[in-house]
Write a protein that binds this ligand. Structure first.
Ligand code: ZN
Ligand code: ZN
Length: 412
């Protein structure tokens, strides 16, 4: 038989709680989803706590855990994942930040944290500050979508134990970046570089032609860059050397692509994959099957259900479940032989909470040799009848790699 392959499907924020308007059912329980149910019926089901019981997981920490990387060890802040997600090469020892282009007045008071939600010209603004030398520390900056960007500081002995510069409120002054511990020399040096970067960004951007043009048009200038969410580039074992599986990622958001890039997965451009409820989810399924021709493992994250949860829209969740069902149907009818399929969520995003909760999510393992159980429906309560019981995100790759026959034995 050919070497086993695997698909790990993660429906972002899919889990929910009973909703009155759905007759006290969760969206998964209320939805018509023949393909998801077929997977459950033919597979081994259970509940999964992405991090640990009751822990409210972020998408990034959860994906790290599901891929077998303990987030308490490897998650050093959001910055490195944002930077990796827009294609920046975050190296060990770098300190990376998420940034906003903002508008300040001459007294450094923030007038608009998002620079009037600027949509064009940030590539030119980014080029103007990229590569600055901050007393021996190199600043690498790249724009992302809209007012966002990411900053990498590269140099010897840097530390992410520093505070943010973004005051998070308009009408307040830009904050001075401070070391969390004044005796930590690396943090003192890094904080100094951040403050210097912010100061220089204002010097350079305030008179930049893009901003002169914006002011002439009555728009707010993107005249400063405010870094936040500092994180140290960790030394992380690439996925391929960890498991011996060449891996690709099919995802819609920079955050998930960032996690995937971080562990060395190949990223995939999918036409029509928007990250919103309007996304072409079927195209993502097609991309998954295409990737399987050249890769052993494909991680796929479909974002829309999470958006429905954040917006308190059971209707959007139901529509996303229908799209997900169509995608799973496509994948299952185009599956190469000896391929395993895992379907789960990275966390619950209950409509009533409008944010991520600590409720566990359903999970199913499907493929050759799984102990098929009595569970017939893929939803939060039905899977409790499944054979997996309740597992954690960090267990998923262990269970999968032993099914695939690619795991080393522990002991004699
Ligand atoms: Zn998520
Ligand atoms: Zn979310």
């Amino acid at each position: 038989m050919n070497k086993a392959k695997a698909i790990l499907l993660v429906a972002d924020g899919l889990g929910d709680r009973p909703i009155k308007s759905l007759g006290d059912k969760t969206p998964l329980e209320a939805a018509n989803k023949p393909n998801l149910d077929k997977l459950a019926k033919e597979g081994e089901c259970g509940l999964m706590d992405p991090i640990a019981p009751g822990v409210r997981a972020g998408s990034d920490t959860s994906h790290l855990a599901i891929l077998g990387y303990d987030p308490y060890k490897y998650y050093t802040g959001r910055g490195p994942f944002e930077a990796a997600g827009i294609g920046m090469d975050v190296k060990k020892g770098d300190v990376a930040f998420r940034c906003n282009f903002s508008t300040v007045d001459e007294n450094m008071v923030v007038l608009d944290r998002r620079a009037g939600r600027i949509t064009s010209g940030t590539d030119q603004l980014a080029a103007a500050v990229n590569g600055l030398d901050l007393d021996g520390i190199k600043a690498i900056f790249k724009e992302s979508v809209a007012h966002r960007g990411a900053l990498i500081l590269r140099g010897p002995n840097l530390s992410a134990e520093i505070t943010d510069t973004d005051p998070h409120h308009e009408g307040e002054k830009v904050l001075t970046c401070e070391p969390l511990d004044p005796n930590n020399e690396s943090a003192v040096r890094t904080a100094k570089a951040v403050n210097e970067f912010v100061r220089r960004s204002y010097e350079i951007l305030k008179d930049h032609p893009v901003n002169k043009e914006r002011i002439a048009q009555g728009l707010k200038p993107a005249n400063i860059i405010l870094p936040r969410g500092a994180g140290l580039g960790p030394s992380i074992e690439p996925f391929e050397s960890e498991y011996g599986l060449k891996a690709a990622c099919v995802a819609e958001t920079g955050l998930i692509n960032g996690v995937a890039r971080y562990v060395g997965m190949d990223i995939t451009e999918v036409p029509g994959a928007t990250g919103g409820p309007d996304s072409n989810v079927l195209n993502m399924g097609k991309a998954v099957i295409e990737r399987l021709a050249t890769h052993d493992f494909v991680l796929c994250n479909v974002k829309g259900a999470d958006v429905g949860g954040h917006d308190d829209s059971p209707q959007v969740k139901l529509e996303m479940i229908a799209k997900l069902d169509e995608m799973v149907g496509y994948i299952m009818s185009h599956l190469p032989e000896n391929t395993y399929v895992v379907l789960t969520a990275d966390h619950s995003t209950p409509c009533a909470v409008k944010d991520h909760s600590g409720d566990p999510v359903p999970i199913v393992f499907w493929g050759e040799g799984v102990r098929v159980d009595k569970c017939e429906h893929y939803d939060e309560r039905s899977v409790t009848a499944g054979g997996l019981g309740r597992i954690r995100g960090i267990d998923v790759m262990k269970i999968l790699t032993q099914l695939m026959g690619v795991q080393e034995k522990f002991g004699a």
